[in-house]
Design a protein around this ligand. Sequence first.
Ligand code: ADP
Length: 479
Amino acid sequence: MIQYRLYIDGTWQDASTEAYFDVTNPADGSVVGRMADGGKEEVKKAVDAASRAFPAWSRKTARERGELLARVYDGMMERKEEMARLMTQEQGKPLAEARGEVQYAADFFQWYAEEAKRIYGETIPASSPDKRIWVQHQPVGVAAAITPWNFPAAMITRKAAPALAAGCTMVVKPAEQTPLTAALLAEIMENAGIPAGVFNLVTGSRAAEIGDALLADERVRKLTFTGSTEVGKTLMRQAADTVKRLSLELGGHAPYLVFEDADLEQAAQEVLDSKFRNAGQTCVCTNRVYVHRSIKDEFTSLLTRYARELKVGNGLEEDVQIGPLIDEAALEKVDRHVRDAEAKGAKVMLGGNRIPVNGNGCFFEPTVLLDTTEQMQVEQEETFGPVLPVHAFDTEEEALELANNTRFGLAAYLYTRDLSRAVRVSEGLEYGIVGVNDGMPSTAQAPFGGMKESGLGREGGRYGIEEYLETKYISIGLK
Ligand code: ADP
């Protein structure tokens, strides 16, 4: 059985209590491994280490930091299959998707290894001949990251790669459901030669205790969080006490608008890819489909036909396309959303129920619901499961209004062959990410993040590194 300790100051350590917690496989409930159960004492040690490591790490040249980051990329490539298998076991996603995630996660190291060299400053013409104005960027200091279980590797690297590239040191707290992938990543960082204290990993089953300790520590100058809107808001309040800089990537409620001129087969395929990836458990997964009334029946029957072919099961089996949901609570939420929609008049075109595989596991059938309304939970809350609600619209204005009528604003998608409409609608969508004829926009070099209650800040691309940099204005008198 796999067992990992905490990675603090370049060494693998037990928690002071010597406690461990089990990590289980959502496909069958079996124990995948054990993880050291850290708490506030370990947070203190990790922040001590990150603070001590900061001066030397931030003074390295960008090239030196970039070379180390590039070695982390290589290390992830060497251990890609091992990491993918571990991820599927603790998180459930199909192996092909897990391999895709490891590549995506590693891409952040490759990209930011280069970007470290492009942290440019500026000179600004002064108002007097004997003054000079310089603007330069410096790392914010120790950054804390709290990450979710749905992308056990990528949600860490999307933060760690730009943070380390900028010259920050880090303390990472991964989700308690998926700490083993995080520990393997820490091992890869260690083997790549990332110096002691630069990247620290504190895992634990008591999330609030770890969070409180990180947030209360004034040496932590930045918090970057991906997770639920509810926890994000709590952390934002806590961060106020020490005025930490914040990046928050919270919930989404992605609409997919399909117009009457779309190529229906392609659009159906895109919608399904965007909906059923990770069993519907990503914050950019399509949550609601709005389709023009004139193509509603044809489009729904295509969706239903394709979705019926998806194979559900243990993600370690090569041909499985939909794995289990993360836990029983997730299954209950999905079930509640479907029952609510059914009770309020939606038609269940496909699926709609739990499916025990070999008698257990957190599996739910790929589900298509027709004629959902704004009164139903599926159109109000993030379902985070394999459920596709379909809602007809008559005009472009109505489609936009329905799409924007939510407190979330992360990702939105549209399918059309009309260029003017594509521009009009993408500009009208109150979302940080818009996919036009593209249901899978995430990539290392582009800015990922939300508007409204979906969060603050951007991850990826040159925007992502700004989150870890202070802007310093230096005024120079020449007298
Ligand atoms: P999800 O619903 O996706 O599990 P959460 O927001 O609960 O989303 O979890 C995301 C991350 O936030 C996880 O690492 C989790 O352990 C952590 N977390 C949950 N509650 C708290 C809290 N009160 N303080 C700090 N971190 C928390």
